[in-house]
Ligand binder design. Sequence first.
Ligand code: AMP
Length: 443
Amino acid sequence: MSFESLGLCDELLSAIAAQGYTTPTPIQTQAIPVVFEGCDLLAGAQTGTGKTAAFALPIVQMLSETVLPAKRRSPRALVLVPTRELAAQVSGQMQNYGRRLSLRSTMIYGGVNIQAQIERLHRGVDIVVATPGRLLDHAERNTINLSKIEFLVLDEADRMLDLGFIDDILHVAEYLPSQRQNLLFSATYSQSIKQLADELLDQPRRIEVARRNIAADAVIQAVYPVDRNRKREMLSHLIRKGEWNQVLVFTRTRYGADKLTEELLFDGIKAAAIHSNKSQSLRTRTLAEFKRGELRVLVATDVAARGLDIERLPHVVNYELPQVPEDYVHRIGRTGRAGKDGVAVSLVCQAEQPLLIAIQQLLKYPIPLQTIAEFPQVAVKRGVKAKVGKPSRGSSRPKQKSAKVTKAKPAKTKSPAKAANPRKGKGATERPVAKTGRRGSRS
Ligand code: AMP
């Protein structure tokens, strides 16, 4: 299958070629024709599968068939996303494709001044990529006209539900015209997603791409058993010895992310944290530094990491296992993206064994165990601030035996295809979908 055979116009084909894509991914092959047909779509696909282009390309092409003068433009496509980072990623693609066809897109999210967004909307846009809360704010202030929406996309719908956006989504839907095309993308297909789909979609076509198919093929996974209070030492050791230069590390909490960042800095490893307590401008700057290779480690919580699109991220570390097993799949999906090899390492202490078991049940295969015979103790107390680049005071401590990794290269997991099929069902954090009137009537 080629992009040409999907019926994409020349402008988009050259945009695709400029990005270096040669063949459509499975979700693109399946979804693009459905969107062109005008059907509603319920797609099981995760970040990393190429789902953004799967909806962005056909929407942009169809919108380009009618382009109005700038001032008279009201948004005709609305993409709802769970996080600002994903908004930035999706909006980037919309802009890249859209500008070749004289379409304008903008991004709307909370935590920043609303006025600039109002002005951009006032100047006229065709495509809006938004987080639900701030969008609702605009709708209620009447600073956005949603009555001309032709396409509604719910991207990472399962994560939006996890984050408690259900009421906002349904409320936003009340501002939309009833005649529209709806596309819902979700990594999992739980009862609450089903209810949301029943609420908003009209006889959708179902597409399911093999879960995490790109990552499962390309990600080498390993579990390193370690005492809880030695995790930081092991992490510093792995990064140094393995000469890992671009590492995304997951912690469960924002506090944990900040604390680990301080400790890594103390160890002389340039690191920064990204989580929802940081200002948007700081998050954007930190991410840009990480992408440019100026930061060796980015420490993130699950929420902050959603939607991060970093080309060829080679290493992902689960410093703490996630409480929700599905998040493990999301996390390791940050590496080995679009066919590139990646390594996902989990540092697991005794207390996390039940979480590991749950993850392995979800994956349906065991993650290979790796051990490190010795690794240096760190001399400093946790939480002591230090400057980047300052050598660790550990060097003044009595030296441990030289760190020796026992065959540290993790074995490739068996049958990634089988692995990529996590069980379905109601996740612990999912919320029930409140039933409201089908398709809004306010418009
Ligand atoms: P997404 O699932 O939309 O977040 O995309 C994941 C990654 O795959 C992004 O880095 C895209 O640039 C990349 N990608 C999307 N489509 C293709 C394709 N057809 N070929 C190669 N890479 C792609």
